[in-house]
Design a protein around this ligand. Structure first.
Ligand SMILES: Nc1ncnc2c1ncn2[C@@H]1O[C@H](COP(=O)(O)OP(=O)(O)OP(=O)(O)O)[C@@H](O)[C@H]1O
Ligand SMILES: [Mg+2]
Length: 335
């Protein structure tokens, strides 16, 4: 007698080719029926890869027949994109992709990315971080993962990268793969290839948010990103000076081009002021003021959040910060 629940358990040994989680957890199995020796079910596939189809098919039959040699297994392979008209076929397991960009370097993109990710995580969301700053990856240092290497797993005949983990979040960075001084010599198509690999060949689990720390400005990385996956929105980071704002406007305009068309979720004016510990009531506006606001008012009514200059960066953005909650809510509304 073939047991329905046992079949479900057996299918937990089969992995989803995208995320590496099992196909039951990934909700890829539907309409499971057991009648006598006949076992039938459908598998929802993310893409129309013939090789993958047959590998999955055989893997399921093999696992079931290891336990029930007499089972007559009938599998219907359905294309997920046919069913739901889903646009995110590269990362179907990720609900929102949020890029953090800026015009200039050193304004705090990586800091904002990490704080955004940690804050969303603290609110209970499943969050991953992709450090797409191929020129100067700082996420490994910020998250204490420097010097570590991701594992490579073989899945249905293909090499897959397993992201590292920090604070309960999967993290991927070019800093895990090449030495710091090597990253700088990579150019154009090679960079695009790496970004695509990080999106397509990484085993990202089910996520509510994938936060992407971009390199400064507009370049191959940004273009490849928007051409490869649907980006939910961009958070722009600037410091208050006019010069930083001018560059931020250029970067922002790229995302607003008709053929790119990625919404700007908000503007973060970082390093807005400095308050020394011995003068807690003083605010020193080291870089002037108003940059973030003027940027936020440019093409559409954005919100703007101010981070002040903080000694302990981990506390720079806390979920209780109302400006930040706003940003989270905006992000949440799009899901
Ligand atoms: N609000 C802040 N208070 C104090 N220090 C900050 C703040 N924001 C950023 N920093 C510090 O400023 C430096 C630059 O920040 P960060 O690396 O986040 O910028 P970035 O825009 O990602 O830079 P890059 O363009 O080099 O990638 C870092 O040393 C960071 O710790
Ligand atoms: Mg950075």
């Amino acid at each position: 007698m073939i047991d329905h629940n046992k079949i479900v358990d057996i299918l937990r040994n089969i992995k989803d080719p995208r995320s590496g989680t099992d196909i039951i957890k990934a909700r890829m199995v539907e309409d499971l029926q057991v009648q006598g020796n006949a076992v039938s079910f459908s598998i929802l596939l993310p893409g129309n890869d013939q090789h993958l189809k047959s590998q999955l098919n055989f893997a399921c039959i093999e696992e079931i027949q290891k336990v029930y040699a007499e089972a007559d297994v009938n599998i219907h392979l359905k294309l997920k994109s046919d069913l739901s008209g889903e646009i995110n076929s590269v990362l179907p397991q990720v609900k929102n992709v949020i890029a953090v960009g800026s015009g200039k370097g050193g304004v705090g993109k990586s800091t904002v990315s990490v704080n955004l990710a940690l804050s969303l995580r603290e609110l209970g969301a499943r969050v991953g971080i992709l450090d797409a700053d191929v020129y100067g990856p700082s996420i490994p240092t910020m998250l204490g993962l420097k010097g570590q290497r991701p594992k490579i797993e073989m899945l249905y005949g293909k090499h897959k990268i397993v992201p590292l983990e920090a604070f309960g979040m999967p993290v991927m960075s070019i800093g895990f793969i090449v030495e710091e001084d090597q990253a700088i010599v990579l150019r154009g198509p090679r960079l695009g290839g790496i970004i695509r690999q990080f999106l397509q060949d990484c085993l990202w689990p089910d996520l509510d948010y994938l936060i992407i720390d971009l390199p400064p400005g507009t370049g191959d990385v940004q273009l490849t990103l928007v051409q490869t996956i649907p980006v939910t929105g961009v958070v722009m980071v600037t410091t208050p000076q006019q010069l930083a704002v001018i560059d931020a406007v250029k970067a922002m305009n790229m995302f607003l081009l008709p053929n790119v068309n990625v919404p700007i979720l908000g503007v973060v004016e970082n390093m807005a002021w400095f308050t020394p510990a011995e003068l807690p009531d003083h605010k020193y506006l080291l870089f002037g003021q108003g940059g973030g606001k003027s940027l936020a008012q440019k093409p559409m009514p954005f919100f703007s959040a101010k981070f002040h200059w903080y000694r302990q960066l981990w506390k720079a953005v806390i979920p209780e910060n109302p400006a930040f909650q706003w940003m989270v809510m905006r992000a949440g509304l799009i899901s």
